[in-house]
Write a protein that binds this ligand. Structure first.
Ligand SMILES: NC(=O)c1ccc[n+]([C@@H]2O[C@H](COP(=O)([O-])OP(=O)(O)OC[C@H]3O[C@@H](n4cnc5c(N)ncnc54)[C@H](OP(=O)(O)O)[C@@H]3O)[C@@H](O)[C@H]2O)c1
Length: 267
């Protein structure tokens, strides 16, 4: 069973479409003929993207400027999606913080949980009944290699992505034979833009150029994997290495090593 064909009625939803992997997922889906609902807070960026994709691919692209960390604002989108024919949902919007959680802004940490975990749960539950009733659909969840292990100095992010990773792979098991595909995208570092050398992070400086994967490559292999109902897609060598270390390394060892590295990111 493959993904639902694109029609003039159905929509592929991409959250976090105003930047990085989300923009690339929207472009990849538009190139495959899917009409879109683009979600993020910056409506003007989404509108520009919608116009560009409509012109290039002759699809329809609707814009929803929604703060997904805000329960009330999210609720209106959840209601809309539950009532519409959603062929594909890419739960991709996410934010990260670095540093000791006790020293970070509690309100922003809470928003991170709302966006990275609760919104993923809400939007998925909104589209699931329709997909199951139609016997087809695709749900891509952007988790992270960081969700495979404890990471001191990245605690809220790692924990929220542990939710995303485990929810995706658990849900996939429940939907076996239903026609609904669920794939986890669990990347390590993905280069979403060219870093300014003056502002390059420690990750930018340490990882040689040839080892980076791009948003476009990540988006393409993610939609290919979703079409084949693969359990998990891990783009690039670094991501694969992180994935193996995080899943099979003893936590007592990986936690302090990862924590020391992320402490530098927090600084
Ligand atoms: N890039 C990587 O190296 C990497 C590695 C592992 C996992 N991931 C995961 O992959 C996903 C995409 O990453 P990325 O690097 O492409 O991210 P990004 O470039 O930072 O983009 C994040 C997207 O999320 C949206 N967003 C942020 N807060 C939001 C909110 N409160 N409500 C609605 N939308 C919100 C942003 O749009 P607005 O600002 O317009 O709202 C933007 O479109 C994330 O879930 C991330 O955790 C990325």
């Amino acid at each position: 069973m493959s993904l639902p064909s694109a029609t003039s009625e159905n929509r592929a939803v991409v959250t976090g479409a105003s930047s990085g992997i989300g923009t690339a997922l929207a472009a990849e889906l538009a190139a495959r003929g899917y009409s879109l609902i683009l979600v993020a807070r910056r409506g003007e960026v989404l509108t520009e993207l919608a116009q560009r994709l409509t012109l290039a691919h002759g699809i329809t692209a609707e814009v929803r400027a929604v703060d997904l960390a805000d329960r009330a604002a999210r609720g209106a989108l959840v209601e809309e999606l539950a009532a519409r024919d959603i062929s594909i949902l890419c739960n991709n919007a996410g934010i990260a913080t670095f540093g000791a959680v006790a020293e970070l802004d509690p309100a922003y940490e809470r928003d991170q949980m709302e966006l990275n975990a609760v919104a993923v749960h809400d939007l998925t539950l909104a589209v699931l009944p329709g997909m199951i009733a139609r016997g087809s659909g695709g749900i891509l969840i952007s988790g992270s290699a960081a969700g495979n292990m404890p990471i001191p100095n990245n605690a809220t992010y790692a924990a929220s992505k542990a939710f995303a990773n485990t929810f995706s792979e658990s849900l996939r098991g429940e939907l076996k034979g239903s026609g609904v595909h669920v794939t986890l995208l669990a990347p390590g570092p993905v280069r979403t833009d060219t870093p300014d050398p003056a502002e390059a992070s420690i990750v930018d400086r340490m990882v040689p150029d040839f080892m980076w994967v791009t948003s476009e490559y990540t988006a393409k292999i993610s939609i290919d994997a979703l079409a084949r109902n693969k359990m998990r897609v891990v783009p690039g060598l670094i991501s694969k290495g992180m994935s193996v270390a995080g899943q099979y390394g003893p936590r007592a060892l990986t936690a302090p090593v990862a924590g020391a590295f992320y402490k530098k990111l927090g600084g």
